[in-house]
Design a protein around this ligand. Sequence first.
Ligand SMILES: *Cc1c(COP(=O)(O)O)cnc(C)c1O
Length: 442
Amino acid sequence: MLDSALAQVDPETSQIMRDELERQQTTLMMIPSENYASRAVMRAMGSVFTNKYAEGYIGNRYYNGCENYDRIESLAIERAKEVFHCEHVNVQVHTGSQANMATYYALLELGDRTLAMSVDQGGHLTHGKKQNFSGQFYEAHFYSVDPDTHLIDYDQVLEKAKEVRPKLILAGASAYPRIIDFQIFREIADEVGAYLMADIAHIVGLVAAGSHPDPVPYADVVTSTTHKTLRGPRGAIITCKQELASRIDAAVFPGVQAGPLMQIVAAKAVCFKEAQSFGFREYQRQIIRNCQALGQSLIEEGFEPVTGGTDNHLLLIDLTNKDITGREAADLLDAAGIVCNKNLVPYDKRSAVETSGIRPGTPAVTTRGMREEQMYQIGKWMAEVIHKGRDGQSTMPFEGIEEASATSGTHEGHDSGSVVSRIRAEVADLCAQFPIYLDLGD
Ligand SMILES: *Cc1c(COP(=O)(O)O)cnc(C)c1O
């Protein structure tokens, strides 16, 4: 009904939305930070809660008429506390980046030292990158992964912490395929008298389901998105120890935000309810099993996952041995209906624009109901596209390298066109077997 209202008022927007629905239905969404929110979550996002200002917190709003906003925010908070076993939670914070900004704002003075995983090795923009507020307003220092194993080297983190004496240590990443040990991070933070902040934007669903160690007992503050593995609305939360509660809340509002997005808060309440179901725990386990199956399939094809595999929902594939950049590979895969992103690998020799890696993940395809068998097939398709899709010549080292570089990576070679378009059709077939949002779009 709402959809037909949109079509009448604004056919252009309606058409673009239909096209996007079709893209999401007929391609494999393998960007590990993306997912399909449920109908219930989307219903709450597109609700009357969008119409009201609710500046302030429960029982203390600036505007009148907020009874139902107090109720929905209380419900979201109560459920978030059940899911994360935390002492305090802020559900108003708009995005993962703003959650991090508010946390820095609450705990640090301008120019204070921070220590986080370096951004080109798997950390996030908001963990101290130069172009970001976190690199501009604070003195950002970084730990790196071990040059051989590509695992976090906790001894090096400790060494760095002793040398830098940061006020805040940040544990968490956007492109790290292994378990993060928050307990060791706590010990390191205690040793140098730093706050410990955990950013679980990517792994939050795994944490909620008990499939990844929980930072809440160890970290002073935990920030997270709600739209990645948690499968809720595009948004975020901050949990913290009780003694930091008023500082965190004040940093969010009035620190960095004014009116909360209460339709999103309502949708967060829905997603926290979904996260308490047995099905959700099973879903998170399947994400990991699927990711490991995809990794196995790619390893058989001669691909090299960073750290040799994965413990979570994503793989970081180093394409250095395949004579193709991450950018080219991601573009080819996209043309074949397998949408994943290019990514720097640790100690990458290429630029952030080109990169040497891709970062496929399994949250969204697992939401569609796909399992190991399908992941295995997707791995074979990815291999075929990367090996043969570029120009019809093999891109394996020592096989046809001259021809490969002579034809400059267009999709025009007849073989490449046929490989990519054949797999594009097979991908569409597979997607049709695992339908999603069947009842949307009319
Ligand atoms: C995605 C992500 C964020 C930022 O989330 P946005 O909602 O896009 O602002 C922050 N930290 C990490 C580790 C992330 O992966």
